[in-house]
Design a protein around this ligand. Structure first.
Ligand code: HEM
Length: 411
């Protein structure tokens, strides 16, 4: 009889799994599909079927407190945060009925016409970014394109000026540092102050739009209503805008990065796309499935449940691994293989599923498609630079290269 011990999820932070977490996920699915991680105080759910059960049952698996660190921040950090606005739930960390109200409002405000109206702007921004380095023959595509493109796009949709992007960038970092909760206290205080500064900055924009509405998402969010429920107040708007900015930036950058890595590692696929750009949307779906930018999300059990045959107590924190579900052979044939023609790709959970399904999916798909079309046209002979061209950071919720050095044959 086998007595092998399943690997602990916390080994995800070992360099080999930071670079490639999929062998770890495969073993978890096989040997401990619902595993309690002592070190991380959470239950890790890795099979497609169980992940789907969780996300499709929001009554049993709550999203409230999804980002709340189990260890409360130090008093100095709390004091710095107290100078700003309270952080209230905003969609992704909320449950019905308030989730329903906010979801209807955001869906109205982020209507398809707003996304399609952005397409020419997205192409113009991408062209400007690529023009700036196309003659150089070598670049870090993360730094030069994957990060700045979605930052400028989400800024433009919200209605924030380009000149404030640097400030918003440091805010994204502050938010990540604070939610990770493991930086030295002095650094966390600094981040809390940064966060408060941005809250005040957003409050200024909200006040301005209340006085004089514009054709942007902030104004649309102020205007939109759900039945006879109250409109969003300033505190809700500030939390929602922070969330939208955060959700719309790094995730999209990571998707572009991950799709590029997939293509650059198998150059014949890159060639296939160059010859037939109609394959690009299929490659994007396969990238979402095979190397999901959002690797997992948190839930909390409302009551004791049995999941995958395992008893999980009430009030337990769960990490549902979308990225592992997307490599489950019970859901996808030959799941590790990149295949742009797979018939089962629509089952992927790269954007989640159910009531929290990603609201930004059409925007993210459009941005990445525009960027890939442009790169294939403008950078002939695109290839990975020799040496250590790709680098990842240890983060178990998000995955994307922090560096992607490439070369091409400049015109
Ligand atoms: C929710 C992934 C881009 C806004 C989600 C969820 C996933 C996801 C997996 C589900 C979370 C859960 O079940 O708890 C992604 C990926 C993106 C992306 C992979 C890029 C490739 C965007 C963009 C925006 C956005 C561009 C905004 C413009 C949201 C919002 C939610 C969400 C508001 C919460 C929806 C709700 O709770 O009802 N996203 N996202 N996302 N995403 Fe995205």
């Amino acid at each position: 009889m086998s007595t092998k011990t399943p690997p602990a999820f916390s080994s995800r932070f070992e360099p080999r799994y930071v670079e490639d977490p999929y062998p770890l996920y495969a073993r978890l699915r096989e040997e401990a599909p619902v595993q309690f991680s002592e070190e991380m105080h959470l239950w890790v759910v890795s099979r497609h079927e169980d992940v789907k059960t969780v996300v499709m049952n929001p009554g049993d698996f709550l999203s409230a407190n999804a980002f709340k660190n189990p260890v409360p921040p130090a008093p100095e950090v709390l004091a710095a945060l107290a100078a700003g606005y309270p952080q209230v739930p905003a969609l992704v960390d909320d449950d019905p009925p308030n989730h329903t109200r906010m979801r209807v409002i955001v869906t109205k405000a982020l209507a398809p016409h707003r996304v399609s109206a952005m397409e020419s702007r997205v192409r113009a921004i991408a062209t400007e970014l690529v023009d700036a380095f196309a003659n150089e023959g070598r670049a870090d595509l993360v730094e030069r394109l994957a990060f700045p493109l979605p930052a400028r796009v989400i800024g433009a949709i919200l209605g924030l000026p380009d000149s404030d992007l640097e400030r918003l960038k440091s805010w994204t970092e502050d938010l990540s540092t604070l939610s990770a909760g493991n930086a030295p206290v002095a650094r966390q205080v600094e981040c809390a102050r940064g966060l408060v500064a941005v809250q005040k900055y957003l409050a200024g924009h909200i006040a301005e739009r209340r006085r004089e509405p514009k054709d942007d998402l902030i104004s649309a969010l102020i205007e939109a209503r759900h039945e006879d429920t109250p409109p969003l107040n300033d505190v809700e708007l500030i939390s929602l805008l922070s969330m939208l900015h955060f959700a719309g930036h790094e995730t999209t950058a990571n998707l572009l990065g991950n799709v590029l890595v997939m293509l650059l590692k198998e150059p014949e696929r890159l060639r296939a796309l160059r010859e037939d750009p109609a394959l690009i949307p299929l490659a994007i779906e396969e990238g979402l499935r095979r190397d999901s930018p959002v690797q997992g999300m948190m839930r909390t059990t409302r009551r004791a449940v049995t999941l995958g045959g395992v008893e999980v107590p009430e009030g337990a924190r769960l990490l549902v691994l979308f990225a592992s579900a997307n490599r489950d052979a019970a859901a996808f044939q030959a799941p590790d293989r990149a295949d742009f023609h797979r018939p089962d790709v629509s089952r992927h959970l790269g954007f989640g599923q159910g009531i929290h399904y990603c609201i930004g999916a059409p925007l993210a798909r459009m941005e990445v498609r525009a960027a890939l079309e442009l790169l294939l046209r403008r950078l002939p002979g695109l290839r990975l630079a020799p040496g250590d061209a790709i680098q990842y950071v240890p983060n178990f919720l998000h995955r994307g290269p922090r560096r992607l050095l490439v070369e091409w044959d400049p015109a």
